[in-house]
Design a protein around this ligand. Structure first.
Ligand code: 2P0
Length: 340
């Protein structure tokens, strides 16, 4: 039986300037630009196989071994955008374009625990489909339709997601600022505080913030544009001090917006705050900025730091927060570098 298939892996990205809020829910157009580092796929990644065949009787999808419904508008939007582009590219026959698709995807890290699982998952799916249907050009614009942050996982290194100005979203795309090789000493330490599913999804949390957070308006109008410009300069100059300060300030402001939302979205817990305090203490006693923390829509800490400081920071974290699997809250350290 004729089957065409492609398997891809795609990495997680960790934002240093956060995406929070949309101007268009359906097209997933963000309120503000954002910026992230793309992690190496060795440790945290999504792996997806896509296949088409004349013998497949319907579209089907499996996620981490369990069959899931394809009745998801975001998933369908990604598939249909890829097929539209494939039709214009003309590298597959119309008959092949009509074949049903099977999708098999898995993550090697907690799903929906605020560790960018949807970002890696949709980036992987869209990239694999793009290879299967032989489409050219930027596909971050399609990955965005699956999950906003997924567009940033299409590229390696430090990546900017430009919000864009076009109401149809065609210019809301990701682009690489620098490859990982620009700053090869950069590391990210993931401290898993909890791998349980988050209470408020990012999608509904940001929707609520848009409805009633005054702080979000100030953040979007003033803080993010200034920070995007400053942190980009810091990355180009490899100025860790400035990079780290902006990263921590933006994480703190994002969580302040979450608390300014009514009812509030609470993502960080006592262990998360404890880790943030520890980083400030380490930085103070070292007399320089050794590490920067950042937290997404969950309690897990991501630390950006340089390779030379990984052993010291890990030792301090291990000393203060004992691994105790009997407790519901624990952490696990994972040091990863960025990918090109
Ligand atoms: C980010 N987050 O920039 C921010 C920081 C969470 C906190 O992107 O609705 O899962 O699918 O577009 O992409 C999470 O948002 O939300 C996110 P949707 P997504 O990484």
């Amino acid at each position: 039986m004729a089957v065409k298939s492609v398997t891809c892996v795609a990495p997680v990205n960790i934002a240093v300037i956060k995406y929070w809020g949309k101007t268009d829910e359906k097209l997933i157009i963000p309120l503000n630009d954002s910026l992230s580092g793309t992690l190496h796929t060795d440790h945290m990644c999504a792996k997806t196989t896509v296949a088409i065949s004349s013998k497949f009787s319907k579209d089907r999808m499996w996620l981490n071994g369990t069959e899931e419904s394809l009745d998801n508008p975001r998933l369908l939007a990604c598939i249909s955008e890829v097929k539209d582009r494939a039709r214009s590219a003309g590298k597959l026959t119309e008959e092949e374009l009509q074949w049903n698709v099977h999708i098999c995807s898995e993550n090697n890290f907690p799903t929906a625990a605020g560790l960018a699982s949807s970002a890696a998952g949709y980036a992987c799916l869209v990239y694999a489909l793009a290879m299967l249907y032989k489409i050219d050009g930027d596909v971050s614009v399609i990955a965005r339709r699956g999950s906003g942050s997924a567009c940033r996982s299409i590229y390696g290194g430090f990546v900017q997601w430009i919000a864009g100005t076009n109401p149809n979203g065609t210019d809301s795309i990701a682009q690489q600022i620098v490859p990982a090789s620009h700053w090869p000493e950069m590391r990210v330490l993931i401290l898993v505080v909890s791998d349980s599913r988050k209470k408020t999804s990012s999608t509904s949390g940001m929707q609520r913030s848009c409805e009633n957070s005054e702080l979000l308006k100030h953040r979007v109008a003033k803080c993010v544009p200034e920070r995007m410009s400053e942190i980009t300069k810091a990355i180009l100059k490899k100025d860790f001090e400035t990079f780290a300060k902006i990263t921590m300030q933006d994480s703190n402001q994002f969580h302040a917006v979450c608390l300014d939302t009514y009812p509030p979205c609470v993502y960080m817990n006592d262990v998360s705050h404890g880790i943030a305090n520890l980083i400030h203490t380490i930085n103070k006693f070292a007399g320089r900025t050794v590490a920067a923390y950042t937290y997404d829509a969950g309690p897990n800490a991501c630390l950006y730091l340089l390779e030379k400081d990984v052993p010291g920071v890990l030792a301090a974290v291990n000393h203060v927060f004992h691994t105790d699997t009997k407790k519901e809250e624990y952490y696990r350290g994972l040091s990863v570098d960025l990918v090109d």
